[in-house]
Ligand binder design. Structure first.
Ligand code: NAD
Length: 317
């Protein structure tokens, strides 16, 4: 059997065990020598004769899936998000799609927390100023006693909630599939989305990107937020209307933005660039040694389980 692994993290030492497992199961394994997320023919030309496609954040559109070789039985996503995989097209072709939920949740949650702290205290801006030889006074905000609104209380949102409680924040959450037992155990208040956005001092997004969540943070909703609210997005670009958010930073309505995900990645041209109180990271939430190792191992195990016809808990419908 043959596998193509497009995730460039497989070439890191943390993924040595996952790579060894793949190379012991498959007769041939090829890797993504381009080192970037793949599109169209870049994917198709590398899948010839493959049974498994272990995929990073490639653009696996309906067109690509329809043209995939018959040999491909499983697309094993390394990561959680499947917004770049056309699940309906995969289903129509009889290709199983899996992902690695939970493997990177702690890493992403810790980045969200880091962005919250950095935005509350303007850490990157102060670092830049001190590096330039300046010694500015800065007016920050304590997180203790503030209200954190978590939109999407899944694997990452729950971890963030627990950490925020330890920081003495009041935590509220919105999720259509709200986990009442978890909320009761950790003292998290259930809210409707618009009420949460109106009440929170810090809002952190942890939902998938789909037609119902695209631009869920738009000009109208920002207008209803607390003055000086901080918005953190480590989920997906497209959840925030970036032009509206940029305008709200310029007007002072929003106090800060901490962003790891963008409508267009990499961030080349954006209304958010060169604005104060906006902190960028390059979609790096899952990039820790621990998450890389867990995602690598799970993505290989999922592909092998599907090909062997064994039970796999992470098949997407
Ligand atoms: P998850 O599936 O465990 O949780 C998502 C939660 O969102 C679920 O509880 C679901 O019920 C809820 N939800 C769905 N639609 C909603 C809506 N319209 N409003 C509110 N809640 C809604 O996923 P997760 O592992 O916690 O991941 C959350 C997000 O983080 C995803 O978008 C994922 O793609 C993204 N992510 C980003 C990185 C990164 O590198 N920055 C890494 C991993 C995951």
């Amino acid at each position: 059997m043959k596998a193509f692994i497009s995730t460039t993290s497989f070439l890191k030492p943390q993924n040595a065990a996952a790579k060894a497992l793949a190379e012991s199961f498959f007769d041939e394994v090829t890797y993504n020598e381009l080192g970037v997320p793949l599109k169209g023919d870049e994917i198709l030309s590398r899948l010839e004769g493959c049974d498994a496609y272990i995929a990073g954040v490639d653009y696996i559109t309906a067109d690509v899936i329809e043209k995939m070789p018959q040999s491909v039985k499983v697309i094993s996503r390394y990561g959680v998000g499947v917004d770049r995989v056309d699940l309906a097209a995969a289903k129509a072709r009889g290709i199983t799609v899996t992902n690695t939920p939970g493997a990177n949740s702690t890493s992403v949650c810790e980045l969200a927390f880091a962005l919250m702290l950095a935005a509350a205290r303007n850490i990157p801006q102060l670092h830049e100023a001190v590096s330039r030889g300046e010694w500015p006074r800065s007016e920050g905000m304590e997180l203790a006693g503030k209200t954190l609104g978590i939109v999407g209380m899944g694997a990452i949102g729950k971890r963030l909630a627990v950490r925020a409680k330890a920081f003495e924040m009041d935590v509220m959450a919105y999720d259509p599939y709200f986990d009442e037992a978890f909320a009761a155990e950790h003292g998290i208040k259930r809210m409707e989305l618009d009420d949460l956005l109106r009440a929170a001092n810090v809002i952190s997004l942890h939902v998938p990107l789909n037609d119902s969540t695209r631009h869920m943070i738009d000009a109208a909703r920002i207008a209803e937020m607390q003055d000086g609210a901080i918005v953190i997005n480590t989920a997906r670009g497209g959840l925030i209307d970036e032009a509206a958010a940029a305008e709200a930073i310029r007007s002072g309505k929003l106090g800060g933005l901490g962003l790891d995900a963008f409508e267009q990645e990499p961030l080349v041209d954006s209304p958010l660039k060169d604005l104060p109180h906006v902190i960028f990271t390059p979609h790096t939430g899952a990039h820790t040694g621990e998450a890389v190792a867990k995602m690598g191992m799970m993505s290989v195990e999922n592909a092998i389980a599907v090909l062997k016809g064994e039970p796999c808990r992470f098949i997407l419908k």
